[in-house]
Design a protein around this ligand. Sequence first.
Ligand code: NDP
Length: 502
Amino acid sequence: MAKICLCLTGRTLERDLEILEKYRKYVDIAELRADCLDPDERFQLRRFPEMAGLPVILTIRRGIDGGKFVGGEGARITILSKGLAFAEADRRRNFAYVDLEEDLEVPSLEEAARTFGTRIIRSYHNMQGVDSDLTGKIKALWRVGDELAKAAVMPQNLDDVLRVYQAAKETAGGEKILLCMGEYGTNTRILAEHIGSHLSYTTVKGEADLPAAASGQLDPKVMAETYRFREITKKTRIFAVTGYPLKVSASPYFFNSIFSIENTDAVYVPIPADSIQSFLRLAEELGVAGVSVTVPYKEAVIPFLSYKSEQVKSIGACNTIVASPQGWMGYNTDAQGFSDSLLEFSGRRDLKGRKITIIGAGGAARAVAAEVYRLKGKALILNRTAVRAREVAFPYRFAWSGLDAQGIALMDKYADIIIQTTSVGMEPKADADPIEFYQFRGKELVMDVIYKPEKTRCLQRAEAAGCRILNGYDMLLRQARYQYKYYTGKEFPPSLINRVGF
Ligand code: NDP
């Protein structure tokens, strides 16, 4: 089973120990990053395995490999030798592993490691990309029978990640540590078991004095609790959320919590993608069972579907895909999630007689417009790109205009309910308001499908004017409950509502 390794990047051994104690229950191995220690602390590091009480990797990472060590190679070798020097007969007091880069050829160090029962990790880092012959590279790292090969690479896109999974398959059977760094690499860290990696590195978040050990590492608690890393096997079903940029936090928590409560052998992984085609290639390679598709791929995914639900066809946007022997089946759960949320908020069973402004004409707006029509409401669509407002409005004979002074003036006649569906006002640009020139009267019901921040600037202004307001969190949870049904084939159990915060 793949193990969780905690990278310790404190300036002192005491600080590293403090962090280890705090996270001990989530980790199996620690990596002492001696390059982060103060220089005088480095001479004490021989004590650390005994202090730690679990297997420890000794690493002194150079700048070119993503580390902090600035001294010369001689100094580095001296510190490594001190770490390996045999002081005790009890092997638990020795480092369990030492990380030696592929170009570090020091026979005396290797000899010391072997004599004292310290396993050598022969490591290779590519901070710029993924080697064209990664398979050959990994094979070359296995110089001596008992060495562990380690390759950490920096994919520039999702096709690079796919090549890493393929290299993993081609080197199956050999013991290795394999991972992708950076924003595209998180899935390889969570799916260490699928990639055949001996361990997955983690780093604690939110401790101001601790530098990140490497880009893309997860917090050990998130790895162990949210993703249930220790329970993932090659048989675990994989679900994913994709988009770009992928700033999600709610959906992995939502689905992984449910899988945990229901004891389902499944994991839900965020996979940011630079193109939907690359995402689908990777999803097929990994055997992903179901995917939440987010901005900007809800329309782009449609040509790749072998089945489209009626809603996907009429709305023209798809946010849920499920693998089947015939190919990807596409559904839209945003629509039903939106209307359930709005109807409960407004205390109504339909929207008959209601005049509604919909701001935006993207995927979310299409779902909203379809539901407003189904529920017998009348709407005005306003969008920055007026022609898209017309496209959304046309099938329902709704009014439409550009998101400009003329459009804002029309809102007076469609002011029972205002539904904001653009991405304007979303974190990190939370001070933007797509209808900043509209003066709320205080009687409008105002819904913003954004849920981060909790109250967009638009919602804050509406509330200050006396309007009732609703953000998109409730809609998100409701649409996710419909996704659950497509993913598992079961109705979302009402007993789960309100458990662990959703
Ligand atoms: P799309 O990319 O399909 O559409 C984006 C929309 O925002 C378009 O109308 C676009 O206008 C408009 N827009 C973008 N930038 C600007 C700008 N600077 N000024 C004015 N208008 C702008 O995205 P989605 O429709 O899929 O998603 C939109 C938002 O809805 C996102 O914040 C998403 O997180 C949220 N959402 C929430 C859900 C929930 O469950 N709560 C579900 C689905 C989405 P133009 O056509 O001119 O480019």
